[in-house]
Ligand binder design. Structure first.
Ligand SMILES: NC(=O)c1ccc[n+]([C@@H]2O[C@H](COP(=O)([O-])OP(=O)(O)OC[C@H]3O[C@@H](n4cnc5c(N)ncnc54)[C@H](OP(=O)(O)O)[C@@H]3O)[C@@H](O)[C@H]2O)c1
Ligand SMILES: [Zn+2]
Ligand SMILES: [Zn+2]
Length: 340
């Protein structure tokens, strides 16, 4: 046990500030990771502000973690000291229910533990995340980082990458399909890269005309400005799949007409109640609305190999920990290119 430096928010009203935490002593199946980089996801900000009413303070966010193994429990056989590893949103799950056995720990029927903010055996009772010097993670939830992937650019793959990869994979995205990625932020920019790599015609659907050039550079075949009703109409019935990363409640009906018959819009951005849904678009066109949460551990590892094969990492702006509060201000102003 030692006092570990981290950044914490002490209440919904406070900024992040330096703080000290203790981690649990490593158990037989634990891995201690010295953290080199941690991505800044919009979810971290939702937790700090207690947007979902579930935050336990002090909260140490951070769930896009890349670092090196510094200590291993005696039962951990597949990792080595000094190895480059990663950890994401899922910190624990029952490992016995049908979801866990199928490799979808995020849908654990007993409820999975997030890497931060969930009750744990850690000292303090609640897990602290990756905005810290080190972390202790059960080995089942530790990913290996393939050689050749830049560690800083890899960190955002652990949430933004897997949250977009998992639904694209689940809905069988492949050449011949047209995919729309809604919102060009942390998740959206990974969604464009991954959909493009899977061979689909990929359209960036954005409110920001000034991001159009970037969208094409990231791999979009076309850009659709969603605030232009004429353009939206012209693209009606064109899409097999829409991945919606918008971070708050909004009018889903606005996008549903873009889908072909049998098309699906998958929500990954906003979690919670939203404006009323007009079922007209569902009924006239057998369209569907679905949701998806991060991804399982096995598919996260698969996603990392996919990214290594296709040379995909996140577009990042590296900041120091003491710049985190300005980074959140910029995130709220939609001024991130495209992950801190
Ligand atoms: N389901 C999951 O497992 C999961 C995992 C990670 C994150 N999330 C959630 O996903 C959301 C996005 O996270 P992120 O880190 O990608 O956020 P982000 O970097 O802030 O990007 C969000 C993007 O959405 C667009 N946008 C923002 N407000 C909008 C509005 N009112 N109407 C239309 N478009 C809007 C903007 O893109 P344009 O400028 O291009 O319009 C913005 O860049 C957050 O709510 C986060 O909590 C969910
Ligand atoms: Zn389970
Ligand atoms: Zn996230």
């Amino acid at each position: 046990m030692s006092h570990i430096s981290c950044y914490a928010a002490l209440s919904a009203k406070s900024l992040l500030s330096p703080y000290k935490i203790d981690r649990r002593k490593i158990g037989a199946n634990d891995v201690e990771i010295a953290i080199d980089f941690c991505g800044v996801c919009h979810t971290d900000l939702h937790y700090i502000k207690n947007d979902w009413g579930i935050t336990h303070y002090p909260v140490v966010p951070g769930h896009e973690i890349v670092g090196k193994v510094t200590s291993l429990g005696k039962e951990v056989k597949n990792l080595k000291i000094g190895q480059r590893v990663a950890a994401g949103y899922i910190g624990n799950s029952c490992q016995t229910c049908s979801s866990c056995r199928a490799g979808f720990e995020q849908y654990c029927l007993k409820g999975f533990s997030t890497i931060f903010n969930s009750p744990t055996k850690d000292l303090g009772g609640f897990a602290y995340g990756g905005y810290s010097k080190s972390i202790v993670v059960d080995d089942h939830y530790v990913l290996t980082v393939p050689n050749g992937l830049d560690p800083a650019g890899t960190a955002p793959l652990l949430c933004a990458g897997i949250t977009t990869y998992s639904p694209l994979k689940n809905w069988g995205i492949k050449p011949g399909m047209t995919v729309g990625i809604i919102g060009l932020g942390g998740l959206g920019h990974m969604g464009v890269k991954l959909s493009h790599a899977m061979g689909a015609k990929t359209v960036m659907i954005t409110t920001s005309i000034n991001k159009a050039v970037d969208a094409i550079k990231l791999g979009a075949d076309e850009v659709l400005i969603s605030t232009d009703s004429g353009l939206m109409k012209a693209m009606a019935n064109q899409f097999d799949f829409l991945l919606n990363t918008i971070p708050g409640p909004h009018d889903y009906n606005h996008y549903m007409g873009l889908l072909k018959v049998d098309g699906t819009m998958c929500i990954v951005g906003s979690i919670g109640p939203t404006a009323e849904l007009n079922t007209e678009h569902l009924v006239y066109g057998r369209r569907r609305i679905a949701g998806s949460l991060v991804g399982g551990i096995k598919e996260t590892q698969e996603m990392l190999y996919f990214c290594a094969k296709h040379q995909i990492i996140a577009e990042i702006e590296i900041i120091k920990m003491d710049e985190i509060n300005q980074a959140y201000e910029r995130m709220l102003k939609n001024d991130v290119k495209y992950r801190f």
